[in-house]
Design a protein around this ligand. Structure first.
Ligand code: NAP
Ligand code: G4F
Length: 345
């Protein structure tokens, strides 16, 4: 019989890639979507038209991880073999604005799912979407599964609770539960307010004269950016092992935001000349137009300055490694943006 997966956060970037990956593997996939005043299924609508995917294996249910009743009822009703908890208020800067909601969804949401699994008669495997944000003010470089955590935001602190409650339920109730400690991963489907998507989108629009300027925050933080397509494979692999464990998933390479901007601009044939310092640093194009400007509103109360992971454990045990690098990631994002430029709001 086909395996059943239940995905919390199915409408997000990773939910979309994971759904397609599991459906192609022959799974029956159930996803939880929230009710919104506008449609939020844009990233998964193509499942219904992809000729390689069996449509009658994909089901959506309304639910919310801040609502125990819906979490319990859905898990009881679906009786999945595997649950992937990708649902979260996933924006670090926003977590400073709505810390209580972020904690409810990103910390207690995980507890609600684990509690339902612990009460289930069926053995259900569990994947928790942990984050390199838990390393925060990093205690060593590169970061691996044994690096001490030091979160720097309500988001990071909430994810840290989820990490440890997942370990605790694994040890207390023998649940097959894994924490993925995933470093930043991007794609054409990345949310528009994350820095990579914001940069690629803005520079494509600037190139085609649909936008004049990109307003940005900290240019000097460093991130280890991978492609979501590679990272959802690691999530699945974790749940196929003999024993549950926690894994760092990353590329092992890091770049600054400024380097990411320079790479993207170069691919688009925009030559950026940087002038000024700090908040006054600006980027000018070859015609001396100011196309990039820093704005204090995009800086955070506390920053994670540098993230760089070590995926040796995943390579050894999961036989996982990233296929994409920073350049194939940016190429993929640019291609998508240019294709969709004319449909833009
Ligand atoms: P995303 O695009 O922001 O997707 C988040 C998903 O969670 C969306 O489907 C969203 O629904 C859903 N969601 C939010 N609040 C919810 C609630 N209260 N109840 C039910 N669903 C809710 O995030 P992503 O980039 O795919 O990331 C997936 C997960 O991995 C998240 O937990 C994130 O924190 C974590 N993570 C991401 C990265 C990364 O670099 N992408 C790295 C490490 C960890 P709507 O569509 O309705 O908003
Ligand atoms: O793209 P970001 O918002 O991603 P961030 O904060 O690293 O978080 C993402 O990755 C985490 C994994 O480490 C996930 F857990 C989390 O859910 C999310 O997916 O910002 C990246 C960097 C930051 O240092 C930020 O200060 O870019 C800097 N930045 C500079 N200007 C900006 C901007 N970030 C955003 N979002 N917008 C800006 O204008």
């Amino acid at each position: 019989m086909a395996k059943k997966a239940l995905i919390f956060g199915v409408t997000g970037q990773d939910g979309s890639y994971l759904s397609k990956f599991l459906l192609k593997k022959g799974y029956v996939v159930h996803g939880i979507k929230r009710r919104g005043s506008t449609l939020n299924t844009e990233r998964i609508d193509d499942i219904y038209t992809d000729p390689l995917i069996k449509k009658n294996n994909f089901f959506l249910h309304y639910g919310d991880i801040t609502d125990s009743l819906s979490v319990n009822n859905i898990i009881k009703k679906i009786q999945p073999d595997e649950i992937y908890n990708l649902a979260a208020q996933s924006h670090v800067a926003v977590s400073f604005e709505i810390p209580e909601y972020t904690s409810n969804a990103d910390a207690l949401g995980t507890l609600r799912i684990l509690e339902a699994i612990s009460k289930s008669r069926k053995k259900i495997k569990f994947y928790q979407a942990g984050s390199s944000e838990m390393f925060g003010k990093v205690q060593e470089t590169p970061q691996n599964e044994n690096t001490p955590f030091y979160p720097r935001s309500p988001y990071g602190a909430a994810k840290l609770y989820s990490h440890w409650i997942t370990v605790n339920y694994r040890e207390s109730y023998k649940i097959f539960a894994c924490n993925g400690i995933l470093f930043n991963h991007e794609s054409p489907l990345r949310g528009e307010t994350f820095v990579t998507k914001k940069v690629v989108r803005a520079l494509c629009k600037i190139k085609f004269k649909k936008q004049k300027k990109l307003f940005i925050g900290n240019l000097y933080s460093k991130r280890d950016w991978g492609h979501a397509e590679d990272y959802v494979i690691a999530m699945w692999k974790m749940l196929q092992q003999k024993n549950p464990s926690d894994f760092v998933i990353c590329t092992g390479k890091q770049y600054t935001i400024k380097q990411f901007i320079n790479f993207t601009a170069k691919k688009l044939g925009i030559k950026i000349v940087w002038k000024g310092r700090g908040i006054n640093e600006k980027g000018f194009d070859q015609n001396n137009n100011c196309v990039i400007e820093c704005k204090s509103k995009y800086f955070r109360p506390a920053e994670v300055d540098s993230l760089k992971g070590d995926y040796s454990k995943a390579k050894k045990i999961l036989n996982w490694r990233p296929k994409h690098n920073i350049h194939s990631l940016i190429d993929d994002m640019i291609k998508y943006e240019i294709k969709n430029l004319n449909n833009d709001r």
